[in-house]
Structure formats: C-alpha cells, structure tokens
Design a protein around this ligand. Structure first.
Ligand code: MN
Length: 721
C-alpha cells in the first residue's frame, strides 16, 4: 500500500516520471507546472504541518503508478491553485494550454462539491462528478489520486471527519475506480476506508497477517521455486511474484461468513508470461503437476470482466498440501489489471493521447453513457438518484451470453432486459429463456454469473405489453415501446391498404389503372405524399379520408365524365328507350342504381349522379347527399310509373301498441307490401321506421295520408338516410 511521502521533492518525482516519459517538451511543462504551483502555494501549510506543495507532489506521484501522461501530471500539480490561491482558470489556460486548464477546472469543480450530507445532495453530487467525467476522464483519475493522498493523511482529522470521508470514498469513489479498472488506486482507497470505518476489524486482520507472514512467505517462496522449475523445464519464459491478498478483500470474505483460517491459508502468487498462449500452456503444466481445486478455475482471458480485466485464475493443492491461488496473465494483461483505463497512455505517440482516451471511454465506460442517457430522460432528481444507485453504484450484475460475452445489468433484471441489451431483434423475437441450462420464465430474476440463452422465434408477433411491467432497464422499456409504435404504424398501413382496395372495387377501378405510374405520381404530388405506405398510413390512421383521396384522384381524371356530361346536355331532349327504370338522356348503355339513402320511386323528381366506373346513381332532387356535387350531376328520367320499389317512411305516434297494427292494415288496404319495420319507443312517443314497396309516388302519398288519419299518429314523413 502506497504511503504519503512528507519529504517528497520535485527531483524525486521527475526521476520517477522520466522512467516512462522521455519527451523533453513534456517534461518541461511538468516542471513549469510545479514551479508555478510551488510559488502560488508558498507559505500555505497543510493540517499535517507540511508545506502545502507536498500534497500536489504526492498526488502527481500516485499518478505515476499508472504512468499518467504529462497533461494529467501537470494538472495534478496545479489542481489546488485555482481553489486555494486565487489563480484564475484563464491564467492556467494562458500558461499551460487548453487541455491542462480543462483538467484543472474539472478537478476544482468537483472538489467544491460537498459529497457528504443528505442522500439527495450526495447523489446529486455523484451526478456532477460524472458530468465532470464526461468532459475528460482524466479529471476523475486526478480526483482519485487526490482523494488517496487525502486518505493517506486522514489521521490529522477528527474521528467524525475520518469516518465521513471514508464512507463517502467507499460509496462514491471506489466504485468509480473499479469501473475504470484502476485497481492499484482502488485497493489503496478501500484499505484506508476500512481502516477508518472498521478499525477493530482492520487491525485484527493486519495482526493475523503479520503473525503468519514469515510462515506464509516461506511457503510461497517454496511454491514459486517449484512452479518456476516446472515452467523452465517446458521452456516457458516467465516471472513469478508472491502476492499478498488485500486486507479489504479478506474483510469482505470474513463478512460473508468465512473463517479467517480458511482465507489466510490461501497463499497467492502471480505468474507473468509473454503471450496468451503461454498463459494456457502454463496453466496446463501446473495442473498436470498440482491438483486443481474443483470449481475454482476462472478464464477471464476468454471472458474479460467489463473493466477489461483479463487473467486465468486457479487454485491448486501445492507444496505441503496447502492451497495456492494462482493468477496467470501476460504483462500486458497485468498492466490493464493495475492501470485500467489508463493502461495505454504511455504507449501512444505524442498528440494522440486524447484520441486514445476517447476510444478507451467508448469501450469501457458503458455505464457512464447509460447515466448520461438517464439524465436526459429523467428530470426528476429522485428518479435519477434511484436509477443511478440501482443501475450503477450498487446493484449491478454481470451475466454471460452462451458465447461468453459479459452483459452488465442492474440487479433485478430479467431475461427480457438481457435480450434487449443484446439486440432489439433478440428482444422482439424472444419467446423463452434458458438460464444455466434450465428453462426459466421470462420474469425470472437474473443473478451474477448466470449464463443466459434467449429462445427466439422468427414467427413471434413481438413483445407483450405485459413486459413493460416486468423489465427493469430503461433501455428494454424504450425498445418495447418503440416496437409498439412501429406495429401501430404497420397496422395503419395495412388498414389503409384495405380501405383503398375496397373503394377501388366498389368504384370498379382496376389496380392497373389506379396504380399506373403517372397517375400515382400526380396523386402523391397533389396529396403531398412520398410513398404508397405514407398514403396507406394516413388512410389507416384516419388522417385523410378515402373520399378526399378519391376526389383528388378523380379530379385529374374528369375526361370521361366530361364526355358524359357533354353528351347529356347536347341530347337532353332524347329519351332513352331502354328497359331500365330510369333513362339517362342521350346515353344508351349505362348502369343505373337507385340511391339507397333516399329511395326514389316513380313520380319523384330525380337526378343522376355520375360515379366513375359505377354508372349513374339516381337520387331524389331533395336528397342532401347530392346537393353539393352538382358538377357531376346528370339529368335522368323515369321510364316507368309502376314497379314495386322499396322506399322508407317514418311514422310518429303517441305510445300505444295499437298504432302498429293500424298502420300495417292501412298498407295492406292499399296493396302495399311492408318489407321491414323498426320501432323506437320512448315514454311519450313511438317512431316507426318502415320500408314499403310502392309503384310510384302517387301510391306512396296515398298511403302516407291514410296513415296520418290514424288517431294516434302525429306525423308521417319520407326518410332520407
Ligand atoms: Mn487536493
């Protein structure tokens, strides 16, 4: 565990930095940053009694552990000058450039936040930290180092302050360090937290470890020798380190109910080799000599943790029959394990650090992006707080696809959440789930390490609305909602297609005719649509009526009607001698229909209405359904005055059952068949709607007059629907 260095100097720091930064311009910037900060902090003291500059020096020194780049190191040296020395951020920018000023500004901002306090304030601040993170992840890395140095000197504070700082660090900062994969800083933070939060437990573990240290070191040394000989025999180049388990991880195991003796017996070593292949080979060789403990093998090379950690883990019965936990990894994997997100910094060429960082963020900070999305969606701080807590800080589970990919989900997630996280299509087509080879219901609650396989069916009609109540993640909810929006759209299109084809059939317009390229183009232009689907969609959703579509369409197609109208006006004197009931002046062969709305009978004044492809429909002149359509009206005449034609009348009478019998007998007396009647009764009144078959208007009028004579009847009229 790294310690605070109260005698740290710039020379010592620079020596460490020069072990991995060689560019003299960069080294100069770091030294200038130090000079500037040491002048500004001159005369200021820390609570420890040291000169203030010792703190920024230590923060920078901590950052050399992860080979931080020169901008990060410079910003670390400058991180408190804006806050404590009245230096403006503009001055920093002017002297050290934009990148460094952004970092200093970011750290200054998040240091102003009061991270402790009420729950809401606490989480609000977490959010702000994360916002700071969004600008440049190096801000949060400096913050972690800053906090570590403050923890290293926490002894100067009151117990209350110590506990509060430790609590806050454990709640907010170590989870971030974990996500960023920066183990070397994370472990130190955790250990200091434990020391101040649970001093009894902490010192108990330390004591027990010390008591057994010599013995353990001896055993480990023996085991290292054995393993090393074995690997040498097989020509595998390697390096082996004894490894002490972190006090915090021991504490966590004790907390889970393990006995100390079970843990400290677990001796640990780490093998570093050159290639991934060597990792597996070394593992095989070790297993051939030392019996592995069942169920302890983990392949994090094939299945890296989400923070990119890779390694092989196994536990074997080693020398003296003791258990040894062995990690096998390449040097590169080791670097990632210790540095996390910062692991590639010093490898990159000058100038590309920022690009690399951006790329790293893309790969590793999926949790962070999820937060940013949530922030946009949820304005309610309480909701945000809960979601952040659930989805990020505390209850995260890691499950696997059958191929071994890791999927990160909030705890309480179901196979449906998993499916949508994998792909929208997988979610939409999901019909079942298999978890660890067992079929489970879709509302099954997933646990960490579950291997989840989603059963999909291409014929599936899609998600159920019920799923909205089951899923845990916002992502799944949104995708399910999106599916239903899409389906509604498709349904409308289908409905619109039906409406149009029905209308075309009704009007006897062939598809070839309607869908002719030219005509369709014209129609789209007139209606301002771009596609057939748009037309269908608008029809289906009722945004446009079929009447207006047809009107628009037909308006461009008036030539035929024009001809008919022309003929009709010219030959208006000539009577059509056909056998049909109604003749259209001047036209021999035309289909005639009597309108069912007003049911004209011979003797009624009538008018024809030209329907494209459907002939002429004959209405009564008084029918309101034709009033507004005069340009397509045509003169028609009755050819006959006797034919049993249906027409509708409405009779009103005071409520008395006898009226109906009287009415029917009047019809019978006039030799008029009644085809149908419908009676609507109310308290004072009865309305009888009836269809009668009459030869002509004269006969109808007589019937109506007869009915009027019935004492209970108050009114009789012809009905137009
Ligand atoms: Mn500081």
């Amino acid at each position: 565990m790294g310690k605070h260095q109260k005698d740290l100097t710039i020379e010592k720091l620079m020596k460490k930095i020069k072990s991995y930064i060689t560019d003299s311009d960069e080294l100069n910037v770091i030294e200038e940053a130090y000079n500037f900060a040491s002048i500004k902090h001159f005369g200021q003291k820390r609570l420890t009694g040291e000169d203030y500059i010792i703190h920024p020096l230590n923060v920078a020194y901590i950052l050399t552990r992860i080979s931080a780049d020169y901008e990060t190191l410079s910003a670390a040296l400058l991180h408190d000058v804006v806050e404590d020395c009245n230096v403006s951020i503009e001055e920093i920018e002017e002297k050290f450039g934009h990148n460094i000023s952004i970092l200093v500004d970011g750290v200054t901002k998040i240091n102003k936040l009061n991270l402790s306090g009420t729950t809401e304030a606490l989480i609000n601040n977490q959010r702000k930290i994360l916002v700071g993170l969004s600008e440049d992840v190096r801000v949060i890395i400096i913050k972690l180092a800053d906090r570590l140095n403050n923890m290293q000197t926490l002894f100067v504070h009151s117990e209350k302050k110590q506990k509060a700082t430790a609590r806050e660090t454990l709640d907010i900062l170590t989870p971030i360090a974990d996500r960023l994969g920066i183990n070397s800083i994370k472990q130190d933070l955790e250990e200091y937290c434990l020391r101040y939060l649970k001093p009894l437990e902490y010192y108990d573990i330390v004591e027990k470890l010390n008591a057994t240290k010599a013995e353990r070191d001896n055993s480990v040394a023996k085991m290292i020798e054995n393993v090393s000989d074995l690997l040498n025999k097989h020509d595998i180049k390697h390096e082996i380190k004894g490894r002490s388990k972190s006090i915090y991880s021991i504490y966590k195991k004790l907390e889970k109910g393990k006995r100390f003796s079970d843990i400290y017996d677990l001796l640990a070593l780490r093998i570093l080799v050159d290639t991934e292949q060597d990792c597996y080979q070394a593992l095989g060789i070790i297993h051939s000599k030392f019996r592995p403990k069942p169920k302890r093998f983990k392949d994090y090379i094939a299945m890296p943790k989400t923070n990119m950690y890779q390694s092989l883990h196994t536990t074997v019965f080693g020398v003296d029959g003791q258990l040894y936990e062995i990690q096998i990894r390449t040097y590169e994997m080791d670097r990632v394990a210790e540095y996390g997100i910062a692991s590639h910094w010093s490898y990159k060429e000058k100038g590309s650090v920022k690009a690399v960082m951006q790329n790293e963020m893309e790969q590793k900070l999926q949790f962070f992006r999820a937060i940013m999305d949530l922030k946009r969606e949820q304005d309610n701080p309480a909701d945000f707080v809960n979601t952040v807590k659930q989805e990020v800080f505390q209850n995260t589970i890691y499950v696997f696809t059958p191929l071994g990919d890791v999927i990160e989900l909030p705890s309480g997630s179901t196979p449906i959440d998993f499916a949508y996280k994998v792909h929208s299509n997988v979610g939409d087509k999901a019909t079942g789930a298999i978890v660890n080879s067992q079929i489970v219901p879709l509302d099954y609650e997933l646990k960490s390490d579950d291997i989840v396989k989603i059963i999909t069916n291409n014929n599936s009609v899609g998600p159920s609305r019920e799923w909205l109540n089951i899923v845990k993640t916002t992502q799944a909810k949104n995708k399910i909602k999106a599916f239903f929006n899409r389906v509604n759209k498709e349904e409308n299109i289908k409905k619109g297609e039906d409406i149009l084809s029905k209308e075309l059939r009704r009007q006897k317009i062939s598809n070839d005719e309607f869908f002719a390229d030219e005509k369709l183009k014209k129609l789209f232009a007139d209606l301002k649509f771009n596609s057939l689907n748009e037309l269908y969609g608008n029809l289906g959703s009722g945004k446009i009526s079929i009447t207006s579509v047809m009107d628009t369409y037909l308006k461009k197609e008036v030539s035929k009607e024009d001809k008919i109208l022309e003929k009709a006006t010219k030959g208006s004197q000539k009577q059509n001698a056909s056998n049909s009931l109604v003749g259209v002046a001047g036209i021999d062969d035309i289909k005639i229909n009597l309108a069912s709305c007003c049911n004209p009978v011979p003797g009624d004044r009538i008018v024809g209405y030209i329907t494209k492809g459907y002939g002429v429909t004959v209405h009564r002149m008084v029918c309101p359904n034709v009033a507004s359509l005069d340009e397509r009206l045509i003169e028609v005449n009755w050819n006959t005055d006797s034919s049993k034609l249906p027409t509708n009348i409405l009779v009103r009478s005071s409520s008395d059952n006898s009226s109906l019998i009287n009415i029917i007998s009047k019809a019978a007396n006039n030799d008029i068949p009644v085809r149908r009647f419908n009676s609507h009764k109310s308290k004072e009144d009865e309305a009888i709607e009836m269809t009668v078959l009459v030869d002509n208007k004269e006969q109808l009028i007589k019937l109506m007059n007869d009915i009027k004579m019935i004492s209970e009847v108050t009114d009789v009229e012809r009905l137009i629907k």
